[in-house]
Design a protein around this ligand. Structure first.
Ligand SMILES: [Ca+2]
Length: 339
């Protein structure tokens, strides 16, 4: 019996973004800025934490888009305000739509409860891959902003927004002349996607910020978005990984750093008992790196592998057990990645 596995082709990252929809009304063309200073609030201590010597870590009271594209580690060490702030995202699968965007804000004690801003989508076609061509812009509001860092969910599903099939930037353009609120900032998470800001001049990479509080949910016919934060492994520094084991309840694979040599190992329900094993071997005679994966669980397993330097991502589905099917399928992909 042939192994029953599926590989869903990756998006062609060289394909240029194309609009599916007619141009919508674009609004709020920002004309003049009062030069707003970059306000990076290190160690924004919670009320009552006076004297604390270490960074405060504040978990948002409500998590938004947590099943979608997430670059942060879920805890915030700082807040950032520059008029425009964006985070890079890997290319979406062709045919995907950008259904939701979640932005995490808080404001200083005297800040407004409602803030208005634009969500912006930019191509990564600027110099050196920085933000370039503006692809989309959506005016939105967030009500109930407080001193507590909180995600605000913006539902774009009715707009049928095509998600770019090449690396892109997603973020906020505020048109504020001063810091009405601060965008949650992760200073110690695993993200390798850069953060850029812009005031009145050129784009600036914020190298001290590993991720902004910007998340997205995609939908479409292509592979599902990888869930949660990626796994990095010293064996493969140019790659990041996600694993989801789907039984009755989906379980995100937990990285097990102590495992077999040259292998990225994941456990499921039982910590420490690795059940999914991923290697990237090669270059093989065809010049390609071959992702190779096996599993010890009878549940369906999904694996996402992304090459950081190119933004290319592969998605693999290893079938779960079913009546009459008593194999544990593995998979190797001869066309996985270019070295
Ligand atoms: Ca953090």
């Amino acid at each position: 019996m042939l192994p029953r596995y599926s590989k869903i082709p990756r998006a062609n990252s060289s394909r240029r973004y194309a609009r599916r929809r007619p141009a919508r009304e674009l609004c709020l063309i920002h004309t003049a800025w009062i030069l707003a200073p970059l306000l990076l609030l290190p160690f924004a201590a919670p009320v009552g934490a006076a004297g604390a010597m270490q960074a405060s870590v504040i978990t948002p009271r409500a998590v938004g888009c947590d099943g979608g594209l997430v670059h942060d580690d879920g805890t915030w060490e700082s807040g950032l305000f520059v008029p425009t702030m964006v985070q890079r995202f890997a290319p979406a699968a062709e045919g995907s739509t950008l259904d939701s965007v979640c932005i995490c804000w808080n404001h200083p004690p005297t800040g407004p409860d409602q803030i208005d801003y634009d969500l912006v989508v930019l191509a990564a076609d600027g110099p050196g891959g920085e933000p370039g061509t503006e692809l989309d812009r959506f005016p939105v509001s967030a009500s109930g902003v407080s001193t507590t860092r909180t995600f605000f969910h913006h539902d774009l599903s009715a707009l049928d927004v095509e998600a770019p099939a090449a690396p892109f930037y997603l973020g906020v353009d505020t048109n504020w002349s001063s810091s009405e609120a601060f965008l949650c900032s992760d200073l110690n998470g695993p993200s390798t996607q850069p953060v850029y800001t812009r005031g009145t001049g050129d784009w600036k990479e914020e190298s001290s910020v590993t991720a902004l509080g910007i998340r997205a949910e995609l939908a479409g016919d292509g592979p599902p978005s990888p869930p949660g934060s990626p796994v990095l492994d010293n064996n493969y520094p140019d790659f990041r990984f996600w694993v989801r084991i789907t039984a009755q309840q989906p379980i995100l694979g937990t990285h097990e750093p102590n495992c077999i040599d040259e292998t990225v190992c994941f456990s499921g329900a039982i910590a420490g008992r690795s059940e999914v094993f991923v290697r990237i071997v090669g270059p093989k005679p065809n010049g390609m790196l071959w992702p190779t994966m096996v599993k010890f669980t009878t549940s369906q397993v999904e694996v996402w592998i992304e090459q950081i330097s190119t933004g290319q991502r592969q998605y693999y589905l290893l079938d779960g057990a079913s009546p009459g099917f008593d194999e544990l399928p593995g998979l190797f992909d001869r066309e996985g990645f270019s070295p």
